[in-house]
Design a protein. Structure first.
Length: 364
């Protein structure tokens, strides 16, 4: 009987690919400890993304493989999670109490961006991360409704300087909607909107967040530029539908984030297919495969493809998005997988990418 050594253990671990990192634990640098005491093997892995619903199954699978190794009497695999801060832009200072910022954007409105942002935040929280969501859609804030926060709710003020975010479904929420009432439109010019965004981000007393999800306004305007220049964003998620018109605008969104050195973590395709509730017939109302084409064109992942579903709409309107309203449903599982993949992409990015160009205005 051959003696068990580290090399043999690593060979077994290399046979399994983490579906979110697309690498085996050894190549991904997740192995922190391999302890071999005769026929007793214990392995400790450390993952850099929120994966509370995945890690026990992953540990069990690796443990069974190690127990099948000749010479191993018993094996134990421990999977820990440690989320580190990452940011894309070099010159932008880090935000206090926030490790990673994720911008959720779309080229045009009405493609389900806010719904995706809400479910992404809730899914990350279900995976065990500390999560906040900021509604940066100043003109049309909707996260208050989606999180079931009553109209007229105002954030508490701390030390006459900080807004205390409102907690709903385990997520810290801050929105322009909390500072105005639902029927009053925000009629502001660009500089005022940008100023309000910076104030909302920097003057909110976030409580030690692993991830802050920012629900961006649609398009590519002032707010997006302000975000790129002043906020340390770790990555962006682009939301689209398969329709050619939506894809045209989504491409502009991808290009914009690339120009300002913010990595695009992937594409989410909403309204991909409609399944008739009476007969079960599947129909591609907005076209087919658009999100996949966009992801392939820019060399990024298609993070999720979601159906046009009445449940998603009803649950969001009811203040309990799908991830919390029906956590065992197939749609909720897609959101969980999307959240793990987003976290994994951030964990694989560097701790500081290429520096952004400085813009200097002179008097001459």
């Amino acid at each position: 009987m051959s003696a068990v050594n580290r090399q043999l253990v690593e060979t077994v671990l290399r046979q399994f690919t983490d579906p979110h990192l697309n690498l085996d634990p050894v190549s991904a640098g997740c192995v922190r400890e391999i302890d071999i005491q005769g026929g007793k093997v214990s392995v400790r892995l450390e993952l850099g993304y929120a994966c509370g619903l995945f890690k026990s199954g992953w540990a069990q699978m690796l443990q069974m493989a190690l127990e099948n190794l000749e010479g191993v009497d018993s094996a134990s695999v421990q999977v820990d999670v440690r989320i580190e801060p990452h940011k894309a832009q070099e010159q932008v200072p880090a935000l206090a109490n926030v490790k990673n910022i994720i911008a959720v954007a779309s080229g045009k409105g009405g493609v389900g961006k806010s719904t995706t942002a809400a479910n992404l935040a809730l899914a990350l929280a279900r995976e065990g991360a500390r999560v906040g969501i900021l509604d940066a859609d100043i003109y049309g804030p909707s996260q208050g409704i989606m999180f079931g926060i009553a109209e007229g709710t105002r954030p508490a003020i701390k030390d006459q300087k900080w807004f205390v975010p409102i907690t709903a479904h385990g997520v810290q929420v801050m929105s322009m909607a909390f500072l105005t009432d639902d029927n009053t439109p925000v009629v502001w010019r660009g500089p005022m909107v940008s100023g309000a965004l910076i104030q909302l981000i920097t003057q909110t007393a976030w409580d030690n967040l692993d991830y802050l999800v920012i629900d961006m306004p649609p398009g590519t305007g002032d707010i997006h530029l302000t975000l790129a220049q002043k906020v340390p964003v770790a990555g962006s998620v682009i939301v689209t539908t398969p329709q050619d018109l939506a894809l045209l605008d989504a491409r502009k969104g991808v290009e914009m984030f690339r120009k300002v050195n913010i990595p695009v973590l992937g594409v989410v395709e909403n309204m991909a297919v409609h399944i008739c509730s009476n007969c079960g017939h599947a129909e591609h109302l907005f076209g087919e495969g658009g999100g996949e084409k966009l992801a392939a064109q820019y060399g990024v992942d298609l993070l999720a493809s979601l159906p046009l579903s009445m449940a998603i709409r009803l649950q969001a309107d009811d203040g309990k998005p799908t991830t919390v309203a029906d956590p065992e449903s197939q749609i909720a599982m897609i959101y969980q997988e999307m959240a793990r993949c987003v976290g994994a992409r951030i964990s694989q990015s560097g701790l500081g990418a290429a520096a952004m160009p400085s813009i200097v205005i002179s008097d001459d």
